[in-house]
Design a protein around this ligand. Structure first.
Ligand SMILES: Cc1cc2nc3c(=O)[nH]c(=O)nc-3n(C[C@H](O)[C@H](O)[C@H](O)COP(=O)(O)OP(=O)(O)OC[C@H]3O[C@@H](n4cnc5c(N)ncnc54)[C@H](O)[C@@H]3O)c2cc1C
Length: 378
């Protein structure tokens, strides 16, 4: 079989890329070291926040708006339930990065939003024990994606459109060929193609070692708690997705009870995890880290501090500025790469797939990706 493009890594970004390439009639080979929608990378754990008033930088807003369209298209194509709109609340003090940044994006891109003071936050969302100087930016269109279902939907459609997908086949190395293509060697075979897309997630430091990108893999926990006094105040419709930037530097986020009363309510801290590597990460959850989470909950969302139902370890792959890396490989233009999603990439996966397909097929993209050039680290 002759392939036009090999996609190395079929997680969030790779599954979307395989799909977009397949819709364009490209003969795709996808290689994944584990099974479909597995739990050993960065894309497991039931839910991922999607929001529009993007505090990180207004430059992300056009990309996230396109991602909403593409997620809805994928739902229509597959009949899968991928995106739930719950409303979203960004919390912090006036001028804090989350508040100032969200407001800047909302104003720059004319996004509907409401500003709430502490009293209004407590009245509308009773679980939040906000101090008097905390304010909120609320947006209706924020919500949650189901990451495993999103990846499966992209993979299923890619396969239906003719992509060849090999699971449990780790790629060991890749190299440019004399003819201007690429050769990828896996544990069991060698493949050649005209183009290669590297979407290796937390394994990017290994697969892109030649570039010396300043990527740091960070261990992060997701924890599901059973609320004290019942799940009712946390049901979707009553309780939003949220990001809370506390003045003491603690940043946390969470979701409503997306899977009914028995599913628990998911909570996590944004950053503050230990540096690790994809192959050596400690997947055990330790009592001391659960206790540290409880200390935050006791202060900020006391009714969520009930029995711990489960917890999992996941990985962020951070860049120094927390902006992504999406580009042609600097010395091998037949290779395209996407890495360093810094704990906020999932919501963009659908549009990143479109961008990587553009770069591979057309050499360029209409999407604004200037922020993501690896040359900024030079
Ligand atoms: C706890 C947690 C919470 C998060 N919350 C949010 C959120 O609310 N909203 C949001 O937008 N983002 C969130 N993120 C970030 C988001 O999930 C990631 O940015 C995104 O999933 C990264 O996708 P990826 O495709 O780069 O990595 P992955 O999905 O991990 O895919 C990489 C794939 O490459 C495969 N691979 C690697 N090397 C090889 C090889 N040599 N051969 C074959 N296959 C290989 C891996 O097995 C893996 O399947 C969160 C992340 C974590 C960990």
């Amino acid at each position: 079989m002759v392939y036009d493009t090999i996609v190395l890594g079929l997680g969030a970004m790779g599954s979307a890329t395989a799909y977009h390439l397949a819709t364009r009639g490209v003969r795709v080979l996808g290689l994944e070291q584990f099974g479909p929608a597995h739990d050993r990378g960065s894309s497991h754990g039931e839910s991922r926040i999607i929001r529009q008033a993007y505090f990180e930088d207004p430059a992300y807003v056009p990309l996230v708006l396109r991602a909403y369209e593409l997620w809805r298209d994928l739902e229509r194509e597959t009949g899968a339930d991928l995106l739930a709109i719950t409303g979203g609340l960004m919390l912090g003090t006036e001028g804090s990065p989350v508040i100032a940044g969200s407001l800047l994006s909302a104003q720059t891109h004319n996004l509907p939003h409401e500003m709430l003071d502490a009293g209004e936050i407590r009245r509308r969302f009773p679980p939040f024990a906000v101090p008097d100087d905390t304010i909120g930016l609320y947006e209706n269109e924020a919500g949650a994606l189901r990451p495993e279902a999103c990846i499966r939907a992209h993979l299923d459609r890619a396969a239906a459109l003719g992509a060849t997908l090999h699971f449990n086949e780790p790629a060991l190395r890749w190299e440019p060929t004399a003819a201007g293509g690429v050769r990828v060697t896996t544990a069991t075979a060698t493949y050649e193609a005209e183009h290669l897309v590297i979407t290796a997630g937390a394994w990017a430091p290994v697969m892109l070692a030649d570039l010396g990108l300043p990527l740091v893999v960070e261990r992060q926990l997701s924890l599901w708690f059973e609320p004290v006094g019942g799940t009712a105040p946390f049901t979707p419709g009553k309780f939003p997705i949220y990001v809370w930037d506390r003045p003491d530097g603690v940043a946390m986020y969470g979701f409503p009870a997306l899977n009914g009363a028995s599913g628990g309510v998911k909570f996590g801290m944004h950053h503050g995890g230990i540096a690790t590597t994809a192959d050596t990460i400690d997947r055990e959850i330790h009592a001391a880290e659960v206790e540290a989470t409880r200390a935050v909950l006791r202060e900020s969302i006391p009714s969520l501090n009930g029995p711990l139902l489960r917890a999992v370890a996941c990985m962020y792959t951070n860049t120094p500025d927390e902006d992504f890396v999406i580009a042609h490989h600097p010395t091998a233009p037949q290779v395209t790469l996407a890495a360093g999603f810094s704990g906020h990439g999932f919501k963009f996966a659908a549009v990143v797939g479109e961008i990587l397909a553009d770069l591979t097929c057309d050499g360029t993209t209409r999407h604004p990706i200037g922020l993501f050039t690896p040359s900024r680290f030079a």
